[in-house]
Write a protein that binds this ligand. Sequence first.
Ligand code: MRU
Length: 368
Amino acid sequence: MVIIIHKVNQVASTQLNAPVNTQIGQFANMCRMNPLTHMQWIGDAATGYLRLLDQTQLPETEVYIDCKDVQTVWDAIKRLSVRGAPAIGISAAYGLVIAAQKNTFIESADHLASSRPTAVNLFWAIDRMKKVSPCTPEVLLAEAIKIHEEDRAMCRAIGEHAVGLIEALPADKRGVLTHCNAGALATGGIGTATAPMYVAHEKGLNFKVYADETRPLLQGARLTTFELQEAGIDVTLICDNMAAQVMREGKIGMVITGADRITANGDAANKIGTYGVAILAKHHGIPFYVAAPSSTFDFKLTNGDQIPIEQRASEEITEGFGKRTAPLNAQTYSPAFDATPAELIAGLITEKGIISPVTTENIKKVLG
Ligand code: MRU
């Protein structure tokens, strides 16, 4: 494993596909330059490897992990070095190219599928890679790149479909609240929940984003606030428990979050706390939208109660980021996701259009 370290904001941008030592500093311009750089295949199919930006180190340090074996990819997914539903799927797809290099495709597919249980994109990508024939590194790499590029295009389409929602907000209510990170870092493109924000920004619209910090791992603070700020978007960080007050003050016109799995009836699992935000939005009469590509839909499950919810280690609550904040041996319970019922969701924003109202029939109609 090769690690490249750089203090963010100290070094200007570098070229894509540049040698290792000149890649330093590329994240600062990632969104403007090329969103592929936080997950990148380096070299050819037979001997190449996956380079991942270690998201656990952001926003302070830009560290890259070079994954030359499947276990390193598995670890990166498990410890959230790469995270966000589409990004997990894309990384697993590249991981299976490495597996084919070592003639361990079948067992590696099962192993990668055991890394995280909630985001269906992981299983979707692995299933898609399993269908590739012949199962050679060359053909598998072409498929992994296709999955990556398709995701990038889906993000853009989500943004184009939903930018009108931001545009339609009254000028004094152009506040958009989001939770966790469903941004460029979580996908192959400009994110899902953030895609309408990037497109609105490109169009020169005036709007504000409020980012929940997202306890316990602070993806909203460390990643969303960082990435939107880097892109020049007006973003304000709030603690999770401030959302109700900020809504009450009339600062929020709409909520957009991402999703890890959406069931046939439109229930949507996303980062823990999303369900609470949806309830708050309903109370305040604020539309709550979920943005996700079709790879996030799981038609095998009828409703959100069937979605497997990942449980995380208690240390993430009791001593997150190396600082003990609870007594030794404190009992904890740490579900990493929750499912928001379809009835609280004003619309599902997909690459094929906005599904609203959210019903099984409408989902079928739009996604086919
Ligand atoms: O635990 P994480 O950081 O992987 O959780 C990520 C989220 O919940 C995102 O909102 C979701 O994956 C959508 S990413 C476009």
